[in-house]
Design a protein around this ligand. Sequence first.
Ligand SMILES: Nc1nc2c(ncn2[C@@H]2O[C@H](COP(=O)(O)OP(=O)(O)OP(=O)(O)O)[C@@H](O)[C@H]2O)c(=O)[nH]1
Ligand SMILES: [Mg+2]
Length: 462
Amino acid sequence: MAQPTIAAIATATGAAGIGIIRISGSEAESILKKVFQPLAAKEELLSHQMYLGWLIEENDRRLDQILAVIMRAPHSYTGEDVVELHCHGGNQVLQNALLLTLQQGAILAQPGEFTQRAFLNGKLDLAQAEAVIDLIEAKSKPAEQIAAAQLAGLFSQKIAAVQNHLLDLTAMIEADIDYPEEEVEMLSMPEMASKLQDALAILDSLLKGAQAGRIYKEGIQTALVGKPNVGKSSLLNALLAEERALVSDIPGTTRDTIEEELLLDGIPLKLLDTAGLREEQKADPIEALGMKRAKEKIAQAQLVLWLVETASFTAEDAAIGAMLQEQNRDNVYLLLNKTDLQTADSLLPQLQKEYAAWPIIGISAKTGAGLEQVTAQIKKDFMSGALQTDEQILVANFRQQNALQKARDHMEDALCSLTANQPLDMVNIDLYAAKQALYEITGEDVTEELLDAIFSRFCLGK
Ligand SMILES: Nc1nc2c(ncn2[C@@H]2O[C@H](COP(=O)(O)OP(=O)(O)OP(=O)(O)O)[C@@H](O)[C@H]2O)c(=O)[nH]1
Ligand SMILES: [Mg+2]
C-alpha cells in the first residue's frame, strides 16, 4: 500500500537566508507542479536539477521566488520521490509554503519520518539512521566524528564482520546436525573456537570505546558540592573561564542549582553548581529549598566534586562526606580548595584515611592551581581504555552498547560450551541468540515500538 506523501519545514525556525520545505512520497511531483512555476517553461523537470521559479498560490499569486528540485525514486534520501523547495528563510514564507503543499494533498510529517522511511526503504540501516540524529545533536567535535563515522557505515561494517563469522559457524553446525550421514566439511573444535574469538575481539574493541563514546555524546553529569563559602561557584566560573555564577564571601550565596555545559580538554561536562549544604536550622527557608534540590541532584550525578577548605574543616564538612559515603558512590573527588591561602599539611593524613576510596586533590579556584590534575583524573576514570588506543570510537548510544553486550555474553557462552565439548546444538543456541542481538543494532530484527521510540527523538523535517 502506498504511503501518504509527507511534507515538513526541514530547516530551523527563525529568520535565515533560506529555508527548505521537504516533500516525500508518490504525490511529491504532482504537488510540485501545482505550487511551482519555473521561470523558463519546462516540459518536464529533470531529476536532481535545481530550477529557479515562483512559488504560487492557486490564484497564481506569487508568494516567493524559490529554487526547487525533484529527486526521483529511488535516488533520494527516503527512497521515494523527494521534492525540496528552497524558499527565503522567513517563518511566514515557510508557513505559507508548507500550507500550500498540505492543501495540495501532502500530510504533515511526524518527527523523524523522512529518516524512518529511508530506513524502511533500505537506504540506511538502523545504526546509520540513529547516527543522523546524533550528528544533528553533536555538541563536541569527537561526538560529531563518532556520528559521522557511524553514518558512513563503519560501525555497521564491524557488525557485519561479526555476523559473517557467526553465520559461517551456524551454517556449518546446522548442516552437521541436519545431515549427520553426509560428510559435511567441518572445522575442528579449536578452529571454530578461534573463529569465535576473532568475532569476540571485534565486539570487545567496540565495547571498549562505547563508554567514552557515550560521554562524548552526553557529557558527564558533574555536581559541585560542599558547605557554604568553600568556593563551589568560584570553581564553576574558573572551569568555564567566565563569571557565570555569583560569588561572594557571604555563605549561602547560591540558592538554586546552576547548570552549565563545558568542554574540559575535549571532554564534555554538564557541571552543576549547587547550594552550599549546612545544618538546616542555620539556613533560611529559601536556602533550605536549595539544599533539598542540591541533594537530589547529587544523587543523580555521575561525578561529584566535593569541595572543602582545609583551614576550616568542620563537622558540617564531615556530615557531607558521610552523606556521600552513604550513597556508596565511587566517583567522588575531594578537592581541597583555596590552596593559595592555606596548605592541607596537618589535616591531609586524616582525610586520606577517612576517604581512602576517593582521589584528593589540592586546588585553587582563584589561581587555577590543581585544575589540570582534576582534568587528568577525569580522563583516567571516565575515558580509560578508549584513550589508550588510536582506535576509532564507533558506539555512542546506550541501546547499541546494550545489544553489543548481549551479543558478547551469548558468544562467550557459546565459546564455553564449545571448548567444554558440549553438543553442537547447545553452542548453536547461543550463536543464534548473539546473531539476534546484533540484528537489533542494524534493525533487521526490531519491534515497531522500538522504531517509534527511536524516530520520535528526531526533529521535524528530518
Ligand atoms: N583565596 C581564595 N578565595 C577563594 C577561592 N575560591 C573561592 N574563594 C572565595 O571564597 C568566597 C566564597 O566563594 P563562592 O564561590 O561564592 O563559594 P560557594 O561555595 O559557591 O558558596 P555558597 O554559594 O554560599 O554555597 C568568595 O569570597 C571567593 O572569592 C580560592 O581558591 N582562593
Ligand atoms: Mg555558590
